[in-house]
Design a protein around this ligand. Structure first.
Ligand code: HGA
Length: 616
């Protein structure tokens, strides 16, 4: 959510901080700011703005801040409205702090600090951190240990970066239930450094241009960086060793590469991304091995899937796939609900958490809960080394590459691909999936990238459909069976980026309520793939038509019946039922994209949203 970057070295900090913040802006974008220790004495210099990074850049153009060390932040407000005074960094005494997360005991800390004479200027929970550190520095000038003592008083979640005017080349960072890593620069290590330098960031994409060598902080860790040195300590201030890691994602993968929006680029990356998912899984002729995965399938009585948002929709599809192909019972839970309903978890359960970023706070908390109650744990995520991978016993990576657009596309279809692969893997081991059927599915998977390329070629035609319904204020999405969650996801995508009110329903549920909404102004997107239930979908279409609704049908190539019932028709190649959700998702992504683009919304950074929801 909020993005954090810090730099200390020989170069001017502000351009590096702004470059990093631009790459992080997708995480949160209601305000931004930087803090740079002064090179001429005086307090740490601040520049903060409400709105996007462009506003901060404009303000820094007018009033530049000089110095070779600094911290920057792009905010997604949780405590206090988006405004300049609530924007980070927050300053107290010699200290300035940026923070991602929520300090749950901020009210009592604020009261205590105010009683001791601290003067607060913002409504945020974050400001207490700055005052606590400043207060601790009055007892002992060791900056790192002051943050250790301050952090020990916090409850909640935080990734923090702090600077101190008294040690102007030093940044202290702390991580507790929110992502943070160090980036190591300097000659021979960094991508472009000629002198000693180091970084801290909430997301590797912020620093990838400058270094690929990172140190992942563990929960509870704190770190001190100077241009020449870094050290990591645990929550008690005792030194700990954390390994270095080389990041293989190229900076180009996080650029728009000529596409108008990241979302459009990521939609077009799906053929490649799905190939990568399969390569990573070890797909054989009639089996999927997942080298390194060891699940005792015979001991697994049930799978409990935990996820939020788009990943939750992938989980719903995964449930049908695994139950269908492996005959293992599966339950799906919204991660944010799971731990608050005193769930029944047994040691024979496998808890499977799904999250693109692997940083989704609700999903991490739910998986921890399941683990604590004795379940085996497995995670599916996209980002290597993410927090979820450290909570789960085992991890499957989707290898979709960086997803920058807030609205998820390639992360979803690669999750669906992973669900098919996992269902094949499990089905072969429970003995319910024959080699012949597995081979047909594997062959079908191999054909998907080419099918998706063909669907992407229909983007212009889908734009025409979106243009025809451009005035719509509401939209209904209907699907059956495996395509019911696709309808949910289609509706989510449309509302996220176009702000058109959209609802997804199981087709059979329409007559139990949603049909009351249907009129001549209401486009109804119907997933009408051939297969079981097709006849019933046709009946649903008739019901919509009878009420004057406008039908956009997503149907199977070669279907000559449906054209007479639909106002607009989008055809999808005929593939095995298990693979239909992947293909059916593509036109819905394009439809949402074109609706939003025609309306002129901020497609990649839709209002009120942020990528990677690291607060509960
Ligand atoms: N609680 C802080 C930081 C918000 C955050 O981490 N969002 O993801 C604030 O409201 O400023």
């Amino acid at each position: 959510m909020c993005g954090i970057i810090g730099y200390t070295g020989a170069r001017s900090a502000v351009p590096l901080l702004l470059g990093g913040l631009r790459r992080l802006e997708y995480r949160g974008y209601d305000s931004a700011g930087v803090a740079v220790p002064s090179t001429t004495g005086g307090p740490v210099q601040l520049s903060r703005c409400q709105g996007k990074i462009a506003a901060l850049e404009a303000s820094l153009d007018k009033a530049p801040l000089a110095g070779p060390c600094g911290i920057g932040h792009t905010r997604w407000a949780t405590h206090g409205k988006p405004s300049e005074v609530n924007a980070h960094p927050h300053r107290a005494g010699d200290v300035a702090v940026v923070h991602n997360g929520i300090i749950e005991n901020h009210a009592e800390l604020r009261a205590r600090l105010q009683a001791a004479g601290s003067h607060f200027t913002s409504e945020t929970d974050t400001e207490v951190i700055a005052h606590l550190v400043a207060h601790e520095l009055t007892k002992d000038s060791d900056f790192l240990q002051a943050v250790v003592r301050a952090a020990a008083q916090l409850e909640g979640a935080w990734a923090i970066a702090a600077v101190n005017q008294k040690q102007p080349d030093t940044i202290v960072a702390a991580r507790h239930s929110a992502p943070l890593l160090l980036g190591l620069g300097g000659p021979g290590v960094g991508e472009d450094s000629t002198a000693a330098e180091n970084f801290v960031a909430s997301d590797v994409s912020a620093i990838l241009q400058h270094t690929r060598v990172v140190v992942d902080l563990e929960d509870g860790d704190l770190a001190r960086i100077t241009p020449n040195h870094y050290e990591v300590v645990d929550a008690h201030g005792k030194p700990v060793q954390r390994p270095r890691r080389r990041v293989e994602w190229s900076p180009a993968a996080a650029e728009k590469q000529g596409f108008r929006h990241y979302m459009l680029k990521e939609i077009h990356e799906q053929p490649r991304a799905i190939r990568e998912t399969m390569l990573g899984a070890g797909v054989g002729a009639d089996d999927v091995r997942f080298d390194g995965l060891s699940l005792d399938v015979s001991a697994c009585a049930r799978i409990v899937m935990l996820a939020c948002g788009t990943s939750f929709h992938a989980a719903l599809i995964g449930r049908s796939l695994i139950e269908g192909l492996a005959r293992i019972p599966v339950e799906v839970d919204i991660a944010s609900e799971f731990r608050y309903r005193d769930p029944i978890v047994r040691t024979t359960d496998l808890a499977l958490a799904i999250s693109q970023s692997g940083e989704t706070a609700d999903t991490i908390a739910a998986l921890k809960e399941a683990k604590q109650r004795g379940a085996q744990t497995l995670a599916i995520c996209n980002v290597l080394g993410a927090s979820l991978s450290r909570v789960a016993d085992q991890v499957l990576y989707t290898h979709a590459g960086p997803e920058i657009s807030v609205a998820s596309t390639k992360a979803f279809t690669t999750q669906l691909t992973m669900m098919v692969l996992l269902a094949i893997h499990l089905g072969r081991r429970t003995g319910h999936l024959t080699a012949e059927r597995a081979k047909a599915l594997v062959d079908g998977l191999q054909d998907l990238p080419a099918h998706i390329d063909n669907l992407l070629a229909a983007s212009a035609a889908i734009r025409i459909v979106a243009r025809r319904h451009q005035g719509a204020r509401d939209c209904l999405f209907l699907g059956r069976g495996l395509c019911y969650p696709v309808a949910l996801e289609g509706a989510l995508k449309l509302k996220e980026i176009s702000y058109i009110h959209a609802e997804g329903h199981a087709s059979g549920e329409m007559k139990h309520g949603p049909i009351a909404l249907v009129d001549g102004n209401m486009p109804v997107v119907v997933l009408a793939q051939r297969g079981p239930g097709y006849g019933k979908v046709l009946s649903n279409l008739e019901e919509v038509r009878a009420r004057g609704g406008k039908i956009i049908a997503v149907a199977t190539l070669g279907d000559h019946t449906i054209g007479d019932l639909a106002d607009d028709l989008i055809l999808v190649p005929d593939v095995a039922g298990e693979l239909q959700p992947i293909l059916a998702s593509i036109p819905l992504q394009l439809l949402a994209y074109h609706f939003a683009d025609l309306k002129g919304t901020d497609v990649d950074q839709p209002r009120n949203l942020a990528k990677s929801v690291t607060v509960e």
